[in-house]
Design a protein around this ligand. Structure first.
Ligand SMILES: N[C@@H](CCC(=O)N[C@@H](CS)C(=O)NCC(=O)O)C(=O)O
Length: 204
């Protein structure tokens, strides 16, 4: 049995969505970031964490890619050029989208107050929008980032773009990127996971 540890209002949503895509059963512990439950499995007390039987895996991307590899779905095979290109999109998501979103969050409520910068939100929005422009250029006319198939980076990118839209109000311009986000979010597994997220209590 799989066990997901982390509120779906955090990056744990990515893992919940992947589990719904795979149609796998799982237990869920709604642990908040920095909670005793999170600290019990992760020295940084970050979420998500994940148990596959007795094995603990930390980090949303590592968990999603592990599940995709294990079940042979939503991923190209390791050691292929297609997989290298797929991973390159995963890193784009982390470097250019997640990084900007997280630095904005750190400067809004995560860092100690005296270390937060007033200019961070504007700088992060600027950087995030550059990231979206790079994504749009690389997406081209593709349905999903690597072509016709939905893969791990689509899930990570769509989670980041949803965070941008819903929390930061960083709205992508009308056109291919907005259409891409709508296309990925209309997947039934996304809708199931989103309903669970909406029903979950707030993190703090
Ligand atoms: N790279 C990690 C980041 C995990 C992370 O920072 N999670 C946030 C919640 S979305 C957290 O637990 N933050 C608590 C903290 O930074 O102390 C992942 O993708 O799982």
């Amino acid at each position: 049995m799989y066990k997901l540890i982390g509120s779906p209002k955090s990056r744990a949503f990515r893992v919940m969505w992947m589990l719904e895509e795979l149609d796998e059963e799982y237990e869920h512990d709604n642990a908040s970031p920095r909670s005793p439950e999170a600290l019990a499995v992760n020295p940084s007390a970050k979420v998500p964490a994940f148990m596959d039987g007795e094995e603990l895996i930390i980090d949303s991307v590592a968990i999603c890619q592990y599940l995709a590899d294990k079940h042979g779905k939503f991923t190209h095979k390791a050691g292929t050029v297609e997989r290298a290109k797929q991973d390159s999109f995963t890193h784009l998501a982390l470097d250019e989208l997640d990084g900007a979103l997280w630095w904005a969050a750190k400067n809004s409520f995560v860092l100690p107050e005296d270390l937060r910068s007033d200019k961070a939100a504007a700088a992060c929005e600027y950087d995030y929008k550059r990231g979206l422009a790079h994504l749009q250029a690389r997406l081209g006319d593709n349905r999903f980032v690597t072509g016709d198939e939905f893969t791990v980076p689509d899930l990570i990118i769509a989670h980041c773009m949803g965070w941008g839209v819903n929390v930061m109000k960083w709205i992508p311009p009308k056109g291919p990127l907005r259409d891409y986000l709508a296309r990925v979010r209309e997947r039934p597994a996304f809708e199931t996971a989103w309903a669970k997220r909406e029903a979950a209590p707030n993190m703090f």
